[in-house]
Design a protein around this ligand. Structure first.
Ligand code: MSP
Length: 662
């Protein structure tokens, strides 16, 4: 027996749970359930990330205190997960006293080692405006404020800094010794090259707002939200019965957008707090995004789907499991994947109804009859071998944190089980009066089906329980120290029976299916890439209606072209800019020590959420350009436009940031 500690990121409370955030939580729940079935002492943590200026402002706008807003939204998260069949063992809130004590304790340990120091930001400040200005924005001579006409003062704002730069070497050594620390592998390389490029100390406190954890000994400062948030994985385990039992985390499951925080900052904070390499988290598993109509599902794009509403609409009894199955089956772990109602309906009818549910349905006519095991013939041997192979392959895939591959392996076995029933045709044996043969077939089938219910249980616990009931099998209860995985198939005692029950996946009638399609099709403004392509083919992509030719420019020499410093970039962060509707404020990694700040006029074409993590082409040596007070862009993204359409030039995933484009 070993312990298995798995975590979701803690969710921001400026949103409510949607199918995208449900994806991460369901994936963790599936892996936790698998490990519990294997006999591990499994612990699954989730929670909410509640501090920061955004929440303080949102609360003020609603006339509430930040804590009141946090209580309200956090409760929605806590209540939603069980509705999706998720059973976290604990739910941590960053505004809770236990978290605050823990995070202050970590801070103290790091500060005691001398790795947190007080520094400052420095800038020209106009007290009248309560804002920083650059020299260029001020009137010269005398650095006068354009509004108040008074001289701006040089102001230093205090901030605590963490000596991140001191941890580059140890991090690189740790990655070398633990090559599977980040998965998938490609993401490990990204992290390594970022660290190898050199790390800078990190500002870890703020004085401009107070909705946060106070810095020990200096309550004028609150902690940087990521220092506060990452610590949850440790602070949640500081009280009995989990204290001293589950640390370090076996897996932090995270979206690819927040990989760097988990793979660089988090281990560095822990190292600084005195944790040995053996006490650091074992793995950070980065998954892709769930898209809807081709765009990342997110609140700001208004293309979210409520997982609970979807589940209820698909099936009042097992809809939750259907949603869990589709999330885990259709989106290859690590890749982006598009949610579509057609996919859900297709899988409901085919994978779940025809291939899985039907197996039970085909032996149902014999329910209530006494089962009688007999000596296997070659067909039974094949049936059982297929189930054992599925059990082995699925375990291997779950061990490698790949629910998608596990389900694929299980469905190979289920298809072979259908072929077995086709060949043996118990109804024909009955017609011929061969009752012994009928019992033998039904018994063999019931035994392997019972094994398959265990294999699907991590993903579809409710379906597994319903099917086991109809199979007349015991309730499946994971026990610490007992491996319930069906490497060996169960055997039925002579005289046991199947129990008749309702079909688990009844067919949708046509009207219901049409209504579901109507309700869950992507909103019109987020067409699928295919629809975009079709529209593009039929509509104005070719010459403009007036036949205007493409603009040509005079030829340039290769030397002129070679002056362009064009590189692959990866967008690290993307934020909207207040009162600048067309602009986005981006940090783009282009293979240098620090990401570059680029201001891009693409806010009408892209949301910040869909840009984070995107690989793009960047012109790096365009002279810095100013877009307004403090908004200086250090480069330009390459994009193509056609009429209203504006698209960033795409770059293949394999190319690391900084690769030259020539
Ligand atoms: N609060 C931080 C995490 C702090 S962890 C110490 C945060 N919160 S979040 O609410 O924005 O995102 C939480 C998780 O949900 C991230 O892993 C993110 O990638 C994931 N997802 C949000 N939308 C998603 C999709 N559309 N698809 C897949 N995952 C999505 O980041």
């Amino acid at each position: 027996m070993s312990t298995y500690y798995i975590t979701t990121p803690i969710y921001y409370i400026n949103d409510v749970p949607h199918l995208g955030s449900a994806y991460t939580t369901v994936a963790c729940d599936v892996l936790k359930r698998y490990h519990a079935l294997r006999g591990d002492d499994a612990f699954f943590l989730t929670g909410t990330d509640e501090h920061g200026l955004k929440i303080q402002r949102a609360a003020a706008e609603r006339g509430m205190s930040p804590k009141e807003l946090a209580d309200e939204v956090s409760r929605v998260f806590e209540e939603t997960w069980p509705k999706l069949g998720c059973e976290p063992n604990d739910f941590i809130r960053t505004s809770s006293a236990r978290h605050q004590h823990g995070v202050q304790e970590l801070w103290r340990r790091i500060a005691a080692k001398g790795d947190i120091y007080l520094g400052h930001y420095e800038g020209l400040y106009c007290v009248g405006c309560e804002a920083y200005y650059t020299e260029k924005e001020l009137e010269q001579p005398g650095n006068r404020c354009p509004l108040h006409k008074t001289a701006a003062e040089t102001v230093k704002e205090e901030s605590y800094f963490f000596r991140l730069a001191n941890y580059g070497e140890r991090l690189l050594r740790f990655y070398e010794e633990n090559p599977a620390f980040v998965e998938p592998e490609g993401r490990m390389n990204e992290v390594k090259s970022f660290v190898a490029g050199g790390l800078q100390d990190l500002s870890v406190s703020r004085t401009t707002f107070d909705w946060g954890v106070p810095v020990p000994g200096d309550p004028r400062h609150v902690m940087y939200v990521w220092f506060d948030a990452l610590s949850n994985y440790w602070t949640a385990l500081q009280e009995p019965p989990s204290r001293g039992r589950y640390w370090p985390a076996s897996v932090h499951v995270v979206g690819k957008d927040i990989l760097r925080f988990h793979a660089i900052y988090w281990p560095a904070f822990l190292m600084a707090a005195g944790f040995s390499d053996a006490e650091l988290p074992r793995k950070v598993l980065a998954h892709g995004f769930l898209t809807y109509g081709g765009h990342k599902m997110s609140k700001s794009l208004r293309n979210t789907v409520s997982p609970v509403a979807l589940a209820e609409a698909v099936s009042p009894t097992v809809g939750v499991d259907v949603v869990r199955y589709c999330l885990m089956r259709s989106i290859s772990f690590g890749q982006d994947g598009d949610f579509s109602i057609d996919d859900v309906l297709g899988r409901y009818g085919t994978d779940l109804g025809n291939t899985f549910g039907n197996l039970l349905h085909r032996i149902h006519p014999f329910a209530g009859e006494t089962l009688a095991p007999a000596n296997d013939g070659p067909l039974e041997t094949g049936l059982r071998e297929a189930a054992r192979t599925a059990a082995r392959a699925a375990a291997e895939a779950f061990d490698a944190s790949s629910p998608t591959r596990a389900l694929e392996a299980i469905w190979v076995g289920l298809m072979l089980a259908n072929a077995y029933i086709d060949k043996t045709a118990p109804w024909a044996a009955r017609k011929q009066g061969d009752e012994a043969r009928v019992s033998h077939i039904v018994t063999a089938m019931a035994e392997v089906l019972e094994a398959y219910t265990v294999m699907v249980a991590p993903v579809m616990p409710k379906v597994a329980a319903l099917m086991r009931e109809q199979l007349g099998a015991t309730v499946l209860v994971p026990q610490v120290g007992h491996d319930s995985w069906p490497f060996e198939l169960p055997t039925r005692a002579a005289g046991s029976r199947l129990v008749k029950g309702e079909p688990v996946f009844p067919r949708h009638d046509k009207d219901v299916a049409a209504a579901l399609k109507e309700q869950f099709s992507p909103p019109p403004e987020t067409k699928t890439p295919r629809e975009d392509a079709v529209a593009a083919k039929t509509a104005p992509l070719a010459p403009e209606p007036n036949g205007a030719a493409v603009e040509t420019k005079p030829a340039i020499s290769y030397d002129d072209f070679a002056k362009l410093d064009l590189r692959v970039g990866v967008i690290v962060s993307a934020e909207r800019i207040l009162r600048k509707d067309r602009l986005l404020d981006l940090l783009v990694e282009v293979g240098e020590a620090q990401p570059r700040r680029i201001i891009a006029g693409i806010a009408l074409a892209y949301t910040p959420e869909e840009l984070r993590g995107k690989r793009i082409a960047v012109l790096c040596n365009l002279a810095p350009r100013e877009f307004g007070k403090g908004l200086v862009s250090h480069g330009m993204l390459m994009a193509a436009s056609h009429g209203e359409l504006l698209k960033l030039v795409a770059v293949p995933e394999e190319l690391p940031a900084g690769s030259p484009i020539k």
